[in-house]
Design a protein around this ligand. Structure first.
Ligand code: PLP
Length: 443
């Protein structure tokens, strides 16, 4: 059966392949059993009497309920989140970084988006009569540009260096800062690592350059580290760890780092849970008050975060099943990143950097001049035209680079890569065939 258009006319494909959103469960990833069991028990404590419930699940749900008012996840939690969960987050961060984290610096949110917006709100004030600006990468995850626009903050764009595996080039950072500083007060620098849409993991050397740059320009560093558990091969270093190990004066710089349950192996996007670790003594009291006005983040979401921060360990009843589920998820990521990288680089006119992590590929595509002219006639950018034709002709739905930003004159698209194997292969084949036909038509 063919897919029908709005006009009832059959499309030349059987189904739309949605590769436009980084939502693993929507692509068929199964939930982690331990997480869902803890949540189920927290929501309905009567289930704890079932013999089928593993002891570690029962214990975990009880620890969370003990911290809830009247043992109910239906009660508001403290606005920064349940103390038991924040303590677990602090333990996780301390073990990850080898630096002591403090539960008082942790603020849970309904997804990372919630706390990213809250942190950006701290910069909404003119400085010496100059409007505030925030430096963001191009390409970027549009939450940043959208939130800056909503808050009335100026956007200072720096381009990631595609030829250097999407690294941050210090000369480019300097260019961006100098230009923005002519009429703005540049307050903060956003870095997305691992990158969305670009999928790179920054090298430690590059991170140290960024930290020094931020220090020299008195910039508050916002580290979006939400894909830290979606990494295939390279080591992940948090900005906090790097700053700490660089020593004074960098170790005491202000920093906000973001983590979410929407990504990583939990990938529970719909349940809206995440946090910010905010290391900013001067700003913390006002931030705490601003968060209090919002009541609290979703308490069942906080249960997920608790499970992600302290996963089942060897010897726990839930461990064998958890370890199997985790390994399956990691295998899918490793396989798909490799296939996407190899496929895209084998298509004439495509270039794709190695994909270190996240769940996306962001290939660059050469679009023939005749196709660019056809796009102009339709008042579209060439990459929008390309992606629309791809959708119309194959059913593969990806996002044009225009949605994330790209160096003028270059064209990209972002695709998610975590589909089931057959669907993914179908998508790769469709893109290859489409591009071949597209070139024939427009060259
Ligand atoms: C880089 C980046 N930051 C933040 C978010 C927001 O995630 P959440 O679902 O936790 O709001 C996303 C979501 O895709 C993302 O890709």
């Amino acid at each position: 059966m063919r897919e029908l258009g709005c006009d009832g006319v059959p499309k030349p494909f059987e189904r739309v392949v949605r590769a436009n959103i980084g939502d693993c469960h929507a692509l068929g990833q199964k939930p982690i059993t331990f997480i869902r069991q803890v949540q189920a028990l927290a929501a309905c404590p009567a289930l704890a009497s079932s013999a089928a419930v593993p002891e570690d699940v029962r214990q975990r749900a009880q620890e969370i309920l003990d911290d809830c008012t009247k043992s109910s996840v239906g009660a508001y939690s403290p606005s920064a989140g349940l103390q038991v969960v924040r303590a677990r987050v602090a333990q996780f961060l301390s073990a990850r970084d080898g630096v002591r984290a403090c539960a008082d610096d942790i603020y849970l949110g309904s997804g990372a988006s919630d706390v990213i917006k809250a942190v950006l709100t701290m910069f909404v004030q003119d400085v010496d009569g100059k409007p505030p600006a925030v430096m963001i990468p191009i390409p970027q995850y549009p939450l940043f540009s959208g939130t800056l626009a909503e808050l009335g903050l100026r956007q200072a764009e720096y381009f990631l260096a595609e030829e250097q595996q999407w690294a941050l080039d210090v000369d480019e950072l300097q260019r961006c800062w100098s230009r923005a500083s002519q009429d703005c007060a540049v307050r903060a620098l956003v870095v997305i690592n691992p990158g969305n849409p670009t999928g790179q993991v920054l090298t430690r050397e590059n991170m140290e350059q960024i930290v020094k740059f931020a220090y020299e320009h008195n910039l508050f560093l916002l580290a979006d580290e939400v894909y830290q558990e979606n990494i295939v091969s390279k080591p992940f270093f948090s900005f906090k760890k790097v700053m700490h190990e660089m020593g004074a004066p960098y170790s005491s710089m202000e920093l906000a780092s973001f983590v979410t349950c929407s990504k990583g192996w939990a990938a529970e996007c719909g349940q809206r849970a995440g946090f910010v670790e905010l290391r900013a003594a001067a700003a913390a009291p006002a931030f705490r008050v601003a968060r209090a006005v919002m009541q609290c983040p979703n308490v069942l979401g906080q249960c997920i975060l608790d499970c992600v921060m302290q996963r089942p360990a060897p010897g726990d009843p839930s461990y064998p099943q958890f370890a199997q589920e985790l390994s399956d998820i990691r295998q899918v990521l490793a396989e798909r990143t490799q296939t996407a990288y190899e496929t895209f680089n084998s298509i004439p006119g495509y270039f794709c950097n190695p994909i270190d992590g996240s769940m996306f590929a962001y290939p660059r595509v050469s679009i023939p001049e005749a196709a660019q002219a056809a796009a102009r006639e339709l008042h579209m950018s060439p990459d929008e035209f390309y992606c629309l034709r791809l959708l119309e002709e194959t059913g593969v739905c990806v996002i044009p680079g225009t949605g994330f930003g790209q160096l003028p004159g270059t064209f990209h698209f972002r695709t998610t890569i975590l589909h089931p194997r057959d669907e993914f292969q179908h998508m790769m084949d469709s893109i290859r065939r489409f591009h071949h036909d597209f070139l024939q038509r427009y060259s």
